[in-house]
Design a protein around this ligand. Structure first.
Ligand SMILES: Cc1cc2nc3c(=O)[nH]c(=O)nc-3n(C[C@H](O)[C@H](O)[C@H](O)COP(=O)(O)OP(=O)(O)OC[C@H]3O[C@@H](n4cnc5c(N)ncnc54)[C@H](O)[C@@H]3O)c2cc1C
Length: 558
C-alpha cells in the first residue's frame, strides 16, 4: 500500500484509496467526457460484434453479457460483482445495437443522454485493462495501449520497481556491459498515466474478472493481459532448489541478484578453476542464450583466468545456431570450452548435484567438481498464469491471431508464458506479440479496424566482442498455429565486418526496444542505466559505459 501511494505521488497524481481498486484519473474536460460516452457505445457494439464471431471464447463472453442484458440469471450473472465493477454496471437493461449507434452520435454531439445511457456509458468509459508483468511483453502492451487510446484505464501490476533485463545480460557476465545498463524504470509509463502498481499478483478470478495482489488489493478488469515470463522449475534437477540456487545460480530470470552472484563467483574463482554449465531441455526462454552465455563466460576466462575450463553439460542432442557456436568455441575459446552434447549412448542431463561440494553427476556418469556452477533448469509459465486457469501443462495455449487464452475468456497471455508454436521465447517475440494483443484490445474497445497480425523475431548472439550472429524469421497464423514464413540465419565463415555490424545492430536494437517498452520518450529520454555501446547519439542521461581503456573491465562491473 505504501508503494502504491509512493507510485502515485511520484507520478504527480492523487493517491488512490488504499483498500479499493484504483480509480482512473477524473475526466476533466467536457470534450473528453463526450468522447468517452461515444467510445462507450462504440465499444459495446464492437464487443457484441466480436463475441458473435470469435469462436468459443468470444462466444462465452457474448452469452454472459446477454444474460446480464436480459436481466436473467446465468453462471456469471449469479456471481456477485464487486461494487463499481464493469460487470455489475453491465447488468443494466441494455440498448439494442441500433440504439447504440444513435447513442454514439448523440453522445459525440454532446446531447443529453437518458439516465440508463449515462450509467452504461460511465461503466464503459471506465473499461479497464489490467496487465500483470511489466517486462518485454507487458510493458510494451501498457505503452502501446496508451499510445492508441490515451483515456483507457490501464493498470500495470509489476513486482519490481526496476526491470533488470535478461536480454543482453550475458554481456554483463562477459564484462562488456555494466549491470546498470540493463535496468529500466517505469517512469515513462507513469507519465503516460498508466497506473503502475508495484505488487505481486497472487490470484485471478476469471468469472468475476478480478486480480488479487499480495498487498491485499483487488483490480477489476474488462481485459486482462498476462505477461509474467517464466518461473524456474527447481525440482526438474535432482538436488537443485531455491536454496541451492544461492550457491549454484541460474541467473536466468529478471532477478538481478542471481546475475550478480554468478559474476562475483567468476571473479573470485582461482585461475585454473572449473566452471560448469547445466543446459536446459526445450522449451525454455531464449534458445541460443545459454550458448551465448558460454561464449561470454569463456571470453572472461580467456582474458582473466586463461588456465580455467568451461564444461557444458547438455541434455540435448542439438541446439540453436549450433554450427555458429561450435565455430566460435574453436576459433576463440579453444582449450577452454568443452561441449558435452547428449546422443543415443550418453545423456548429459543432470542426475544429481550437491550444492555443498558443487559436485554434478550426469546420467552418462560424468562427474564434475565445479568451482562455479551455473545451473539452468526447466521452466514454466509464471505462476499467475496457472492461477488464472490459462495453463495446459507448463505453458499457456493461445489463439495465434490475438494471443487470447484458449482456456479463459478476456485474458491474453503473451511472451514466454505463451505457447507461440514456431516463435521462440524471446524479448523480440514478446514485443512483437504485444502489438497484436493491443490491436485486438483496441479493436474490441473502439471502432478501430482489426488488422491481420504479423509477427517477427530476431535473435542476436554475441560470440566475442564485435562478433555477433543472428537468426530472424517472420511468423503468421496459419491453420490455427503460428508458422515461420521467411527465415534468415548467419553463416559460418562470414567476414568480420558483417559480424561487427550485427553486434552494433544488436546494441541499437536493445536501446530501441527498451525505449519502446518503457516509453522513454515520455520520460524525457531519461534512461535508467542506459545503453552501453550503442550506435548514434547516446541519450543525455546515459549511465556508466564500459571503458575499453580500463585495465580490468571485469572487476569494475558488479
Ligand atoms: C540470458 C538471457 C539472454 C537473453 N537474450 C535475449 C536476446 O538477446 N534477445 C531476446 O529477444 N530475448 C532474449 N532473452 C529472452 C527474454 O529475456 C525473454 O524472452 C523476455 O524477457 C520475455 O518477456 P516476458 O514479458 O514474457 O517476461 P519478462 O520480460 O521476464 O517479464 C516478466 C515480468 O513479470 C513480472 N511478474 C511475474 N509474475 C508476476 C506477478 N505475479 N505479479 C507481478 N509481476 C509479476 C516479473 O517481475 C517481470 O518483470 C534472453 C533471456 C535470457 C535468460
Amino acid at each position: 500500500m505504501q508503494n502504491r501511494s509512493r507510485d502515485h505521488a511520484r507520478a504527480g497524481r492523487a493517491t488512490a484509496p488504499e483498500t479499493t481498486c484504483p480509480r482512473p484519473p477524473k475526466l476533466q474536460h467536457g470534450e473528453r467526457v463526450e468522447a468517452a460516452y461515444a467510445r462507450t457505445a462504440l465499444l459495446r457494439q464492437a464487443d457484441a460484434e466480436r463475441s458473435g464471431r470469435d469462436g468459443a471464447i468470444g462466444g462465452f463472453r457474448g452469452r454472459r453479457r446477454q444474460y446480464k442484458l436480459a436481466g436473467t440469471t446465468g453462471p456469471a450473472a449469479d456471481a456477485e460483482a464487486p461494487a463499481g465493477s464493469a460487470m455489475k454496471e453491465a447488468a443494466l437493461p441494455g440498448p439494442s445495437r441500433r440504439d447504440l449507434g444513435r447513442m454514439a452520435v448523440a453522445a459525440g454531439a454532446g446531447l443529453a443522454a437518458g439516465p440508463w445511457l449515462r450509467a452504461f456509458a460511465i461503466a464503459r468509459a471506465e473499461a479497464k485493462v489490467v496487465i500483470v508483468g511489466g517486462g518485454a511483453g507487458g510493458a510494451t502492451v501498457a505503452h502501446a495501449l496508451k499510445a492508441g487510446a490515451p483515456d483507457l484505464d490501464v493498470t500495470l501490476i509489476e513486482a519490481n520497481p526496476i526491470y533488470s533485463s535478461c536480454f543482453l545480460s550475458n554481456l554483463y557476465l562477459g564484462g562488456i556491459r555494466p549491470l546498470e545498463s540493463l535496468n529500466h524504470s517505469y517512469a515513462g509509463l507513469h507519465r503516460l498515466n498508466v497506473w503502475v502498481v508495484h505488487d505481486f499478483a497472487i490470484d485471478v478470478d476469471p468469472i468475476r474478472r478480478i486480480v488479487r495482489t499480495r498487498g491485499g488489493r483487488t483490480y477489476n478488469y474488462d481485459r486482462l493481459v498476462l505477461s509474467p515470463g517464466i518461473d524456474i522449475k527447481y525440482d526438474s534437477i535432482p538436488g537443485y532448489s531455491r536454496e541451492a540456487a544461492r550457491v549454484m545460480p541460474h541467473a536466468y530470470t529478471t532477478e538481478a541478484a542471481s546475475k550478480r552472484l554468478l559474476k562475483r563467483q567468476l571473479q573470485q574463482m582461482r585461475d585454473g578453476g572449473i566452471v560448469a554449465m547445466a543446459m536446459p531441455r526445450e522449451p525454455y526462454r531464449c534458445p541460443p542464450a545459454p550458448y551465448e552465455r558460454a561464449c561470454m563466460i569463456a571470453h572472461y576466462l580467456k582474458a582473466r583466468k586463461p588456465r580455467s575450463k568451461l564444461i557444458l553439460l547438455d541434455p540435448k542432442r542439438a541446439f540453436a545456431k549450433q554450427d555458429l557456436f561450435i565455430e566460435a568455441f574453436a576459433k576463440y575459446y579453444k582449450g577452454i570450452v568443452e561441449l558435452n552434447l547428449s546422443d543415443e549412448m550418453d545423456d548429459f542431463g543432470i542426475a544429481s548435484l550437491n550444492p555443498g561440494t558443487k559436485e554434478i553427476i550426469t546420467h552418462a556418469g560424468r562427474k564434475v567438481r565445479a568451482d562455479v556452477a551455473n545451473i539452468i533448469p526447466q521452466q514454466r509459465a509464471g505462476e499467475i498464469a496457472a492461477k488464472a486457469g490459462c495453463t495446459e501443462g507448463d505453458w499457456c495455449p493461445v489463439h495465434p491471431q490475438s494471443f487470447l487464452s484458449r482456456k479463459m475468456s478476456d485474458i491474453h497471455v503473451l511472451g514466454d508464458a505463451a505457447i507461440a508454436d514456431d516463435m521462440p521465447k524471446s524479448a523480440f517475440s514478446a514485443h512483437s506479440q504485444a502489438k497484436a494483443v493491443v490491436a485486438d484490445i483496441l479493436a474490441a474497445l473502439t471502432k478501430v479496424e482489426r488488422v491481420e497480425a504479423r509477427f517477427r523475431n530476431v535473435c542476436w548472439s554475441l560470440l566475442a566482442p564485435d562478433d555477433a550472429v543472428k537468426m530472424a524469421a517472420d511468423y503468421a497464423p496459419h491453420a490455427g498455429r503460428l508458422e515461420a514464413s521467411t527465415a534468415f540465419v548467419s553463416q559460418t565463415g562470414e567476414p568480420a565486418d558483417v559480424r561487427r555490424q550485427n553486434a552494433q545492430d544488436n546494441a541499437a536494437w536493445y536501446t530501441a526496444i527498451t525505449s519502446d517498452m518503457f516509453a522513454k520518450a515520455a520520460n524525457g529520454g531519461q534512461l535508467l542505466g542506459g545503453s552501453g555501446g550503442d550506435r548514434g547519439e547516446p541519450p543525455k542521461a546515459d549511465p556508466p559505459q564500459p571503458d575499453p581503456s580500463k585495465p580490468d573491465p571485469f572487476q569494475s562491473n558488479h
